[in-house]
Design a protein around this ligand. Structure first.
Ligand SMILES: NC(=O)c1ccc[n+]([C@@H]2O[C@H](COP(=O)([O-])OP(=O)(O)OC[C@H]3O[C@@H](n4cnc5c(N)ncnc54)[C@H](OP(=O)(O)O)[C@@H]3O)[C@@H](O)[C@H]2O)c1
Length: 284
């Protein structure tokens, strides 16, 4: 497993087409622009003329409703439509890809086998699973490349996805389900933890506003400490848990109510749903 983080794209020599310009696409091309990619190197497509106009105005990039024109002008095509729209779009654009064009798909639950069925055996494809903190360039994304991808294709995919956070290569496509359980759905778990901490703080007498500020900053600070520290999270936890102290009482309650088993069950359920959705999509 290798990973990389945000990088300088001012000399990135390729044109990138985004098929779909919604939440995920705009997060990624927003990241590319902040990392120095020239606006004229990005073409986004949308279904409606209104979205097309809005994308052009908000980001200063090229935008069109013609997927064919965008693909013909691009070295790399990033598929950012909803999973249910992908089969039709993938089949339709396949004849319009430039020779050796890399296709990157962010669609949840669509596997490489389905993509190659729709786009041709020889298409280099990188499948990825990003998450919503990509919107502020704090994303975590798992990547898997098919055998048709050269090292250059992989480097290009990594440059694009690492413009919105960390990008981690997976050796097995099936690991996408675990990535879904850890990082793609993970922000929702942390939001739930935040909700619970804020409510408990209010119950103990803090105002909603104060409890919210303290809880959010605590999650941010703990994450930043975990990233920068030489110690792993278990050791960091031990270092704030003095024997006989206050934190220990809270940790004892979490452990006695089996918080680890709850997370394990929750993440198994998430990964199982990811497998079910992938199976349903591959039967398409
Ligand atoms: N959002 C996330 O957190 C997240 C995380 C991981 C993966 N993903 C994946 O990201 C993909 C996109 O999700 P999203 O949340 O960004 O969706 P979204 O905001 O609904 O955006 C969809 C975009 O696709 C465009 N579109 C629809 N049909 C099209 C067509 N035939 N040709 C070209 N463009 C078309 C839409 O254009 P109009 O505006 O004109 O309708 C819109 O710009 C999904 O496959 C999802 O699984 C999302």
């Amino acid at each position: 497993m290798t990973h990389s983080t945000v990088n300088d794209l001012s000399n990135f020599p390729k044109t990138i087409a985004f098929i779909g310009a919604g939440n995920m696409a705009s997060a990624i091309f927003g990241g590319l622009l902040s990392n120095g990619l020239a606006p004229e190197q990005i073409i986004a497509t949308t279904k409606s003329h209104e979205s097309c106009e809005r994308t052009r105005e908000n980001f200063g990039i090229r935008a069109t409703t013609s997927n064919h024109n965008a693909c013909e002008a691009a070295d790399i095509v990033v598929l950012c439509v909803k999973p249910q729209t992908l089969p039709e779009v993938a089949k339709d654009i396949a004849p319009h890809l430039s020779p050796d064009a890399l296709v990157i798909s962010v669609a949840a639950g669509i596997d490489i086998d389905s993509m190659t069925r729709w786009m041709g055996e020889s298409t280099p494809i990188v499948r990825c699973m990003p998450n919503t903190p990509s919107q502020i360039q704090q994303g975590a994304c798992g990547l898997f490349a098919n055998d048709q991808c050269s090292q250059q294709h992989k480097d290009d995919a990594e440059s694009i996805l690492s413009s919105v956070g960390i990008a981690v290569w997976l050796d097995n496509e099936d690991d996408i389900h675990a990535v879904t359980a850890v990082s793609a759905s993970g922000p929702a778990y942390i939001f739930l933890v935040l909700e619970a901490m804020i409510e408990a703080g209010v119950k103990q007498g803090l105002s909603q506003e104060l409890s919210k500020s303290l809880a959010i900053q605590t999650v941010l600070g703990a994450s930043a400490l975990a990233i920068s520290s030489e110690y792993d999270p278990a050791e960091l936890r031990k270092r704030v848990t003095s024997p006989g102290g206050t934190t220990e009482q809270a940790i004892n309650v979490f452990e006695s109510k089996n918080l680890r088993a709850i997370f394990s069950d929750a993440m198994d359920a998430c990964a199982n749903r990811s497998k079910e959705l992938a199976k349903a999509a591959s039967d398409h």
